[in-house]
Design a protein around this ligand. Structure first.
Ligand SMILES: Cc1cc2nc3c(=O)[nH]c(=O)nc-3n(C[C@H](O)[C@H](O)[C@H](O)COP(=O)(O)OP(=O)(O)OC[C@H]3O[C@@H](n4cnc5c(N)ncnc54)[C@H](O)[C@@H]3O)c2cc1C
Length: 399
């Protein structure tokens, strides 16, 4: 949609069609951000922004400088979608409605004569000489000088993004990198985790294998979720995780306090609350439902009062507060937000989004080997690469 906006704005004479297999445009954008659509990020420094892409950061540089978050915001605000900034610099429509985002794009496209064919599933893209023939499932054929392939990834397949673009890209001679799920919850082996469902932390340090992330997370019925977990899942998108090949997850519930500082605070609290039994005492430091788990993992009898804790006991508790360990045995199946991997970036011109091996073919969005963390980064990548592809197609030399 953003690619088509740029084509029509920069080259109004160009005849543009959008082929969409769903009955309406932007199915995934409509459900993004829980229906509120975290449309982009308030991180305006492009170098900082690019740190949020585990794959594709360098490739995105030109696209992001050309169409950075502030320009994305400007575009939507100028087209009737006032925006607001929330925690972690996430940008949402003031209305909290993703449909306003899709609506603004669709209105612009329709007003400027872009033809939108919904219920039109592309089955084949073939290049004959200088031109492309795009054939849909219902047999209609579209002949064009350029094609912008924006079929998305493979996640949340019920939105229509079923990875079709990977096959089209391959058929036109492109390589794909390994595909894998990214931005998902993690499954934990320890059974007590279910009893903690809903317990959340706004800031904890999580370490998974060689990766670490400080941020919010929440316990779920089967494991852990939330922004910090999603980011870690992104780093390990291509790693095998199973009961046979588990990963160790370590949580520091007090990332702002050094071990010694927390030890002093613990000692101080013990002196102020000597008569409290272990679970009630831990309650001062941790959410209630986690206290029982920490008490039982510390192997200290719950009948022991705070004042009776010896140095070894205190160390055991501190260890659990700073290095709480869980065993990751899987990912939440089919619930990932994005696909890691995609069309190999070495075959795409980073300044135009045009294929280096199939002139006239452009790529944008999640179909590429580009993915970001949660926080508006995936849509930002889609808007920026879409805008660059659209602007490049519009140049008469490409037509
Ligand atoms: C639940 C969920 C929430 C998310 N929330 C956010 C968020 O708040 N912020 C954020 O930045 N990112 C979010 N994302 C990720 C973001 O939505 C995607 O990365 C982004 O939509 C990718 O854009 P795209 O245009 O590349 O692909 P898509 O948005 O997936 O669009 C691809 C389109 O191509 C169509 N299509 C596919 N194959 C064919 C075919 N053969 N013929 C015709 N049409 C076809 C599909 O129907 C689809 O409409 C979320 C993802 C999910 C699943």
């Amino acid at each position: 949609m953003m690619a088509a906006v740029m084509v029509v704005d920069q080259n109004p004479e160009c005849k543009i069609v959008i082929l969409e297999k769903n009955a309406y445009l932007g199915a995934k954008v409509l459900i993004s951000g829980g229906g509120r659509c975290n449309v982009t990020t308030g991180i305006f420094d492009v170098k900082e922004l690019l740190k949020n892409y585990p794959r594709g950061a360098k490739f995105l540089m030109t696209a992001m400088f050309r169409f950075p978050p502030e320009k994305v915001m400007e575009w939507f605000e100028e087209h009737g979608v006032p925006l607001k900034k929330e925690d972690d610099s996430r940008i949402f429509p003031v209305s909290d409605k993703g449909k306003d985002v899709v609506g603004a794009l669709e209105k612009h496209l329709r007003t400027h004569g872009v033809e939108i064919f919904c219920n039109t599933e592309v089955k084949r893209i073939v290049k004959n000489g200088e031109q492309f023939t795009v054939t849909s499932k219902n047999g209609s054929k579209f002949i064009s000088d350029a094609v912008i392939l924006t079929t998305g990834g493979n996640a949340y397949r019920n939105t229509g993004s079923t990875g079709d673009g990977y096959a089209f890209a391959e058929a036109l001679g492109h390589k794909l990198t390994q595909l894998g799920p990214s931005l998902n919850s993690l499954e934990i082996a320890e059974k007590w985790v279910g009893g903690l469902a809903g317990v959340s932390f706004t800031k904890a340090k999580l370490i998974l294998g060689t990766y670490e992330r400080t941020g919010a997370f929440v316990f779920t019925h089967r494991g852990v979720s939330g922004p910090a977990v999603f980011a870690l899942s992104s780093y390990v998108a291509h790693e095998t995780i199973s009961a046979r090949e588990p990963l160790q997850l370590t949580v520091d519930f007090f990332p702002n306090e050094k071990f010694e500082t927390l030890e002093h605070r613990l000692f101080d609290l013990i002196q102020k609350n000597p008569k409290k039994n272990l679970a009630n005492f831990l309650d001062i430091l941790l959410p209630k439902s986690l206290c029982g788990v920490v008490a039982s993992l510390s192997n200290i009898k719950n009948s022991v009062n705070a004042g009776e804790l010896n140095k070894e006991n205190r160390r055991a508790i501190l260890h659990l507060l700073k290095k709480f360990q869980m065993t990751v045995i899987g990912r939440s199946g089919g619930e990932e937000f994005v696909t890691a991997g995609g069309v190999d970036l070495s075959q795409i011109n980073t300044n135009t989004m045009e294929s280096k091996i199939c002139p006239g073919l452009y790529f944008a969005g999640e179909v590429l080997d580009v993915d970001g963390f949660t926080g508006g980064f995936n849509l930002q990548a889609a808007w920026a690469t879409g805008a660059l592809a659209g602007s490049s197609v519009s140049r008469p030399a490409s037509l």
